[in-house]
Design a protein around this ligand. Structure first.
Ligand SMILES: Nc1ncnc2c1ncn2[C@@H]1O[C@H](COP(=O)(O)OP(=O)(O)O)[C@@H](O)[C@H]1O
Ligand SMILES: [Mg+2]
Length: 302
């Protein structure tokens, strides 16, 4: 029987709602799967036929250590997705790469940590001028998760938005500026899951940034099953093809999640790619855990 490590972190496992379903599905397809903590030094990674990153979500506290760990483990077993994919996809500056490949992404301006205040103030003004129909702006670090440090500001509070930019820069962050796409207030965002390059299912996730400054954490009650329409599926597939071209991948990604929001014209745009350790929303789609397990089994040669 082929063996598989499902990689988590001790603190995240209790909130990984995909894990129980995936474990059961692995059993169904004849894979001997074991949950492993990426920080446990006792795990014999070389003994597994493959390892799949699932919920090592504390990586945000030390990204370089996590990426170094990915490189080490990838030398001992087949790690999915590969380290080069994680490295690229954990910094949202990849949105610029996708845009260069013609993918419709949420319009984004990037500021390096050393950009002087006068210049960042100008960049903020220019972004607001380019998107007059958007009443608000979003500021976030290029590396982040769980909406951490993501903030929404009204045009009238541009000085506060600028202060948020400077604060992130002072912490050494690259900063992203985007128009607030208000369609999310009605329609939410759409998260599409793909296995082995094939679309599997989607969910609707409610807006996380409230007008009063409150930021939700994306708990289960803010998600529901949703059908992604043909246009959304096409944009998500286009984003994954662009990622594969950019990274010169020889095979489709074993798993991927693409998050989309509609712009004022109704066009779906890529908000985020989750290619390292995405929540895959398996409880919302009958059969999705089995589709994922089958894709894994195919890769490790069951
Ligand atoms: N430009 C935007 N317009 C509207 N909502 C946004 C925008 N950017 C982020 N958000 C909201 O903030 C949340 C977190 O932002 P996101 O870019 O997904 O970062 P992460 O999930 O990595 O923290 C999104 O799920 C969405 O609700
Ligand atoms: Mg997100």
């Amino acid at each position: 029987m082929k063996t598989l490590a499902l990689v988590t972190s001790a603190g995240s496992l209790p909130i990984d709602v995909d894990m129980p379903l995936l474990l059961k599905a692995c059993q169904t397809v004849g894979l001997q799967a074991q949950v492993c903590d990426w920080e446990d030094p006792q795990v014999p990674w070389h003994r597994f036929d493959g390892a799949v990153l699932r919920s090592p979500w504390n990586y945000v506290e030390d990204l370089p250590a996590f990426l170094a760990w990915c490189d080490r483990v990838a030398q001992r077993t087949r790690l999915f997705n590969p380290p080069a994919v994680s490295r690229w996809s954990l910094d949202k500056r990849y949105l610029a790469d996708l845009a260069r490949h013609g993918v419709p992404v949420v319009p984004t301006e990037f500021l390096a940590p050393d950009v002087p205040e006068a210049e960042s103030r100008q960049a903020l003004q220019a972004l607001m001028d380019r998107h007059p129909q958007s009443g608000e702006v979003v500021i976030k670090p290029t590396v982040g998760a769980y909406s951490r440090d993501v903030q929404r500001f009204a045009r009238a509070a541009a000085h506060l938005a600028h202060r948020a930019i400077v604060r992130l820069q002072q912490r050494g962050c690259h900063v992203m500026l985007q128009p607030y796409l208000s369609a999310i207030d009605q329609d939410g965002e759409t998260n599409l899951a793909f296995f082995d390059g094939h679309y599997s299912h989607a969910i609707r996730k409610s807006a996380m940034l409230m007008a009063d400054g409150t930021v939700h954490v994306p708990t289960q009650d803010l998600r529901q099953a949703r059908h992604a329409d043909a246009r959304e599926q096409a944009v998500a597939a286009q984003a994954l093809q662009a990622a594969a071209r950019h990274l010169q991948l020889r095979e489709p990604l074993l798993y991927a999640r693409v998050d989309l929001i509609r712009d004022p014209q109704g066009q779906p745009r890529v908000l985020e790619l989750e290619l390292c350790e995405p929540s895959l929303n398996l409880p919302f789609s009958e059969g999705s855990a089995l589709r994922f397990a089958q894709a894994i089994a195919h890769r490790v040669g069951v």
